[in-house]
Every structure is written in C-alpha cells, then in structure tokens.
Design a protein around this ligand. Sequence first.
Ligand SMILES: NC(=O)c1ccc[n+]([C@@H]2O[C@H](COP(=O)([O-])OP(=O)(O)OC[C@H]3O[C@@H](n4cnc5c(N)ncnc54)[C@H](OP(=O)(O)O)[C@@H]3O)[C@@H](O)[C@H]2O)c1
Length: 274
Amino acid sequence: MKHKLGNGAYLVTGASKGIGRAITHALAAKGADLILLARGKKSLDTVAKECREKYGTKSIGTYTCDLSDKAQIIRVAKEIQKKHPALKGIIHVAGYALPGYFGKLKPEDFDKSMRTDYLGAVHLTHSLHSIVAEGGLVAFTSSVVGFMGIFGYTAYAGPKFALIGFAESLRQEFIQRKIQVSVLCPPDTETPGYIEENKTKPYETQVLSENAKLMSAEQVAQKFTKKVEKGKFIITCNAESWMFYHLKGIWPSLVFFVIKGIIKKAQKKFNKAR
Ligand SMILES: NC(=O)c1ccc[n+]([C@@H]2O[C@H](COP(=O)([O-])OP(=O)(O)OC[C@H]3O[C@@H](n4cnc5c(N)ncnc54)[C@H](OP(=O)(O)O)[C@@H]3O)[C@@H](O)[C@H]2O)c1
C-alpha cells in the first residue's frame, strides 16, 4: 500500500501550529482539500488564510475541539461527517509533552496526557474511520519517545508508546479496506510546543536533548509526506532516530547503557556545580 497524497479531503488535527501546520501546508501544496482541527479558532483561521493565499486551496473547513474531551470529539465528528461524507485521510498531529521528574508530576498530568495524545486520536478515528475511502490514509503522531523511553518523559512515553501499538493493530484490520496506517515519530522539532516543553524539562533531559539535532517543522513535514507516499508504517525523520529505532529493536540493553552513561555524567556535573 502506497498512499498518494492530494486530491481529496484530509482532516488534520493540531493543524494550527508547529508540525501540524507544516503538514497542512504540504498537503495544500499537493492540492488537497483541508479540514483543520484544534482548540483555538483564531490560529486555525490564520492557517486556512495562508493556504488559500499561498496555494489557492478552495475547500477549507475549520473545527474547534478539545481532543482530551470525548464528548467534544463525538460532537465535532458528527459536524465533520455532515459536511464531508468521504475523507481521503485523517492525520492526527495534536498533542503535547509535559516533561518533569516523575515524583513532581501530578496524577492529573498522566490522565490528561493519555486523554489528549492517545485517547483523543483513538476516539476521533473510531468516530470517523467509516468515511475514510478505500485506499485512504490514517496517520498518527507519536515521537522518538514512542519507541524509546527517555528520562523526564514518564507522562509522555505512555500515550506515545500506546499509539504505536494501537496503530499496529489497526493497520492489520485496515488491510482489507486498503487504508494505509502510518505513525510519524519526530525527534526534537522547533515548534511552539517545543518551546513550552523546554520550560519544565529536568536537567538530565536537557542534557540528553543537547545530544540530538533540532529539526524544523517543515523538515519533519517533508519527511512525513515523502515516507507516507513510500508506504512506510513507522516514519522516522533523521538518521539518528532511524538508528535508535532499529537499535532499540535488536539491542535494547545497549541503548539503555548509552543513555545511562549520559545521565550519570550529567548528574555528576550537576552535583559538583551545587
Ligand atoms: N516538537 C517536538 O519536538 C515533537 C517531537 C516529537 C513528537 N512531537 C509530537 O508532534 C505533535 C505536534 O507537536 P508540536 O510541537 O508541533 O506542537 P505545537 O506546536 O504545540 O502544536 C500543537 C497543535 O495541537 C493542537 N492541540 C494541542 N492540544 C490539543 C487538544 N487538547 N485538542 C485539540 N488540539 C490540540 C494545538 O492547537 P490549540 O492549542 O489551539 O489546541 C496546535 O495546533 C504532538 O503530538 C507532539 O507530541 C513533537
């Protein structure tokens, strides 16, 4: 299955900022009709205007919904279905990371993260999958943290790992309908969400991040479109994430050993400086 992007309506969640906005632009450049979803109306309208002016996109619908709330998902899915009886694809990008030391995170932080990043995508897919056309696309956004747990991301790793397992099962059920399922796993990417995330990153997480190269949202969107059209399931965006994805699969203890070394060195330096 190799999904060809464009010519049809795509629902993009998290379309108003960062990676979702960049993917929306890439879809508009390919002539797709757009259905854009996020919580804030104003920034959605800005992206819709950008696509009309830059690519001449004619059909753009904007929908507000808080994906952490199941009742809102059911309501918005009905609205979307009324206006768009068939979808070429659903691309779930909405999500956020709240890093922090495990003991300092609140119980609600784990609940909200699961409801937004995991259940939000699951319930929206459940409400709309029946109108995805044969040969269509359902794509999710996990993370490098979705296949490799990282210090400071205990609230984020759960939903992002869960998304990959969910997508793996769904992929098999969608074979008959020739619907491609893909999971985007971005590394650190310069976005408004990343700036927010940096505010609560533990020292050790910052040190681990320093070893990774920051990508732009446009670079990630370019990797996404290219690899979707190649029929890829897991979409990594740079050589480092590709290497860790495969190494984690075949030699997880080596990956843990390398990360443990970096964390121990960082903690030693931190304790010395105090
Ligand atoms: N940036 C990175 O380094 C990075 C790395 C790996 C994976 N990712 C993943 O990539 C995705 C996009 O990240 P990003 O950095 O581009 O984020 P971003 O800049 O914060 O943009 C997030 C988008 O999702 C929407 N959104 C957030 N919470 C929502 C909710 N509860 N309901 C509906 N819409 C919601 C936001 O709009 P509103 O605020 O108006 O709702 C916005 O359009 C996320 O799933 C993130 O986990 C990011």
